[in-house]
Design a protein around this ligand. Sequence first.
Ligand code: PEP
Length: 256
Amino acid sequence: MKPRYFVAGNWKLNKGAAESATFMKALSGALPAGAARDIDVVIAPPFTSLPAALGPGPKDVSLAAQDVFWEDRGAFTGEVSASMLRELGVRYCIVGHSERRLYFQETDRMVNLKTCALLRNGIRPIVCVGERSDDRRAGTMQSVVKFQLSSALFDVSIKGPDELVIAYEPVWAIGTGNVATPRQAEDMHEIIRRTLEKCFGVDIGSRVRILYGGSVNTDNIGGLVDMDNINGALIGGVSLDLDKFIRIITLISQKE
Ligand code: PEP
């Protein structure tokens, strides 16, 4: 049996506090009946919008942060810790997004430290991995993704499959309109699945949710989530549009 589907919207540097509150209120009224009961729905607003998004949102929609620092406190100007996120009521946090790797020089080691800090504080990491177009052209995409994943999960232990989420996001597909085909995505998800089973054993590793991310929209989501190891999506651009985001949730809920 497939694990429960999971849909997360990554708002990146969009929507301030007021706009986030408005969106979450509207989401509350527009979610198809029972959808958020059957699917994990998560929104990742910018840090400063988290408190505003928390209040008016549907009770069964969770919030994610888009990043975290690995220390709990100290002289780290500008950083936000996992314990601070937990205090706000944040349940998930994206780590290792390719934009952070590219623009903020985030390394595999940092992704591992952040993953460990989140788990230590009871927040579920959404760990992003994905190859660049050069890697795919060179045929090294599988080893690149396997290396990113095993580095991120070094010394990580979980007690159950829901404590961790993986997002396969090929860099060439993010924000480009070039979505991976369901077959391309599933091939990588199978490799990720085997790695998870090796890290955590088959019982847990076979049930950790693996999301696909990269130019997901209302036309391509159905074919993607039909694949055995695609358990949902991490959605950037389209998650900013309430109607389209709801449509995606509806389409996935019809797969149940
Ligand atoms: C993302 O940034 O995580 C993402 C998947 O973006 P988009 O859906 O816009 O490609």
